[in-house]
Write a protein that binds this ligand. Structure first.
Ligand code: AMP
Length: 553
């Protein structure tokens, strides 16, 4: 895939490279911009009818036969009567602009307007072009290419060496927008890419925490004094305020979630003393007395409608723990204590906006005591943060500057994993007619592939079993995902595009010839805990993490 893409990228004119990078991923903008296509099949079919002159009924039958909108459009256009003269050649720019127009239309009459725009595109398209355009507008293109593969291919195409991908990846962590990276690389070269910096309003990939086997190991990784903070089981939020005072909130998946939390926007406006900032924290639901409520309560705030009602019903608190940008200057490369020292100065703490609970210590007993205190307050555990000179904010990286310690770790030999659902097996007996087990995978960052780690059947309630086929339907594909590494013994009955992440509790990691993580590692007694809708497939537990946990056993 990399080689093919690299060859193709070489032939793309400079002015088109950003657009091509997005389209390769089946998108028309960076993910955080939220410009998602995904028109209904019925509307797309109408557009195909308009462009091909074929009756809607006939097209519907054709769709039943092919099972795919792309093949239907291709066939229909092949049969287009000669009397329908093509309206000129289709350019990439036109496709791109019209698709943007489609996502921008809202309100009454917008459906018809969208259909007309797509029909216009299809009138100019070749049959095979129509195949891809229709899939694109329904968001079912699924070439199986991820952002990392695009970065690899760009490195090969424009620097001649795959090893330069590291530079592109570092820039991508600060600017997770392949279009910007592609264009900068083509226009300004690697030097330009190296200069890519924080841009207020564009999310930064979030820093993640490592884990250790015992609390004593913390001192080996972080000698001397450390800061220990509470670990809250809520939702991570990265808040940006630009020069004009506009505040934008991003989730861990880098989605714009500003509309869900108008209350937080208000608190940040009033209680953070800075013209421009990027701060990070965890939002939790609280009761009238300010006590932390469970994750499920907070989830009621994940909504598009009745937002104002739920601001009242489910009050929240944002616990800030980092500062990434302040008044025109990036803070990413400052040490942890410099960043948080400044954060403490500019935030006026109150019930709804405050700084994470913390202690500074070099004593493992004190760390443990603080951990117990945090659990008693209803939190999930602690995060231990390095106070070394080089304790910078490692964007998009699970580095050793942060170590997490959760209550599950204390239970005997149990650990949690966030795995991607890549396949399912039909159930038998009581579970016939629904999925009996799910095939779950880790993410291998090095190869940008997914590797299987377990078959998950335990912990799935009847309710969940009912819900699963609907939840997964959108991601069903007719063949195994392009980036999935799977053994013959684990060929699933149904395959899915890697998209949905689940938290899985397991007793231990063992060797197994049936799975591909770490060339043959598997989970023993895996049990479903919950969906991790806040994570994308590429944010799942990595193969490397599992291999390291196995080594420490
Ligand atoms: P995990 O999802 O288990 O990998 O844990 C990392 C997550 O813990 C982060 O993405 C945050 O959402 C959350 N978190 C809670 N409290 C803190 C904290 N004090 N510092 C950093 N992350 C935190």
């Amino acid at each position: 895939m990399r080689e093919i893409l690299a060859d193709f990228f070489k032939s793309v004119p400079t002015e088109d490279i950003a657009k091509v990078a997005y389209l390769t991923l089946g998108q028309i903008a960076s993910e955080y911009e939220g410009e998602v296509l995904g028109m209904a099949e019925k509307s797309v079919l109408k557009a195909v009818a308009m462009a091909s002159g074929m009756e809607l009924g006939k097209l519907g039958k054709m769709l039943d036969e092919t099972g795919d909108i792309g093949l239907t459009a291709e066939k229909a256009l092949q049969k287009k009567p000669q009397t329908l003269v093509p309206l000129g050649t289709l350019t990439l720019r036109e496709v791109f602009e019209k698709l943007h127009k489609v996502t921008s239309l809202e309100g009454s009459g917008s459906q018809d307007a969208k259909v007309t725009i797509i029909a216009q595109l299809l009138q100019k398209a070749s049959p095979s072009g129509a195949k891809y355009i229709t899939r694109m507008v329904m968001s079912t293109l699924r070439m199986g290419v991820g952002d990392m593969t695009v970065l690899d291919a760009l490195a090969i195409a424009y620097t001649g060496e795959k090893k330069n991908k590291g530079i592109l990846e570092a820039a991508y962590n600060i600017c997770p927008d392949v279009g910007v990276i592609a264009e900068t690389l083509v226009v300004e070269g690697l030097k330009g890419v190296e200069k890519i910096d924080v841009h207020v309003g564009r999310p930064i990939k979030m820093m993640l925490a490592q884990r250790v086997e015992t609390l004593e190991d913390v001192a080996k990784k972080m000698p001397g004094k450390v800061t220990v903070e509470g670990k809250y089981d809520g939702e991570r939020i990265q808040a940006h305020k630009d020069k004009k005072g506009k505040i934008t909130l991003f989730s861990r998946r880098l989605e714009n979630i500003t509309n869900q939390f108008p209350d937080l926007v208000g608190y940040l406006e009033k209680n953070v003393d800075a013209k421009e900032f990027v701060v990070e924290g965890e939002v939790i639901a609280i009761d009238a007395a300010g006590k932390c409520l469970p994750f499920q309560t907070l989830m009621q705030r994940k909504r598009k409608h009745d937002v104002a009602d739920f601001v009242m019903k489910v009050p929240v608190q944002l616990k800030l723990f980092d500062l990434l940008y302040y008044n025109g200057k990036t803070q990413l490369h400052e040490a942890y204590y410099t960043r948080t020292g400044l954060l403490e100065k500019i935030v006026s703490c109150g019930k709804h906006l405050t700084i994470a609970d913390k202690i500074v210590t070099d004593d493992v007993e004190e760390i443990h005591a603080f951990f117990v205190k945090m659990l008693k307050s209803g939190f999930e555990g602690i995060i231990i943060k390095s106070m070394a000179e080089d304790s910078e904010y490692q964007a998009g990286t699970r580095g050793w500057n942060w170590i997490k310690w959760k209550k599950e770790y204390v239970k005997e030999m149990s650990d949690t994993f966030d795995l991607v659902i890549v396949g399912a097996f039909y159930g038998r007996g009581r579970r016939s007619g629904v999925y009996g087990a799910l095939l779950c995978a880790t993410y291998n960052e090095k190869t940008d592939t997914f590797e299987t780690l377990c078959k998950l059947g335990t912990g799935l309630t009847d309710e969940l079993l009912e819900e699963l086929p609907t939840r997964l339907a959108k991601y069903k594909i007719s063949h195994k995902a392009a980036r999935l590494q799977v053994k013959r013994e684990m060929e699933a009955d149904v395959w899915f595009e890697p998209a949905i992440v689940v938290e899985v509790l397991a007793a231990e990691i063992t060797k197994s010839p049936y799975h591909t993580t770490g060339s043959g590692l598997a989970l023993r007694f895996p049990r479903f805990v919950k969906f991790r809708d806040d994570k994308k497939a590429e944010q799942a537990t990595t193969s490397l993490e599992v291999m390291e946990m196995m080594k420490r056993k």
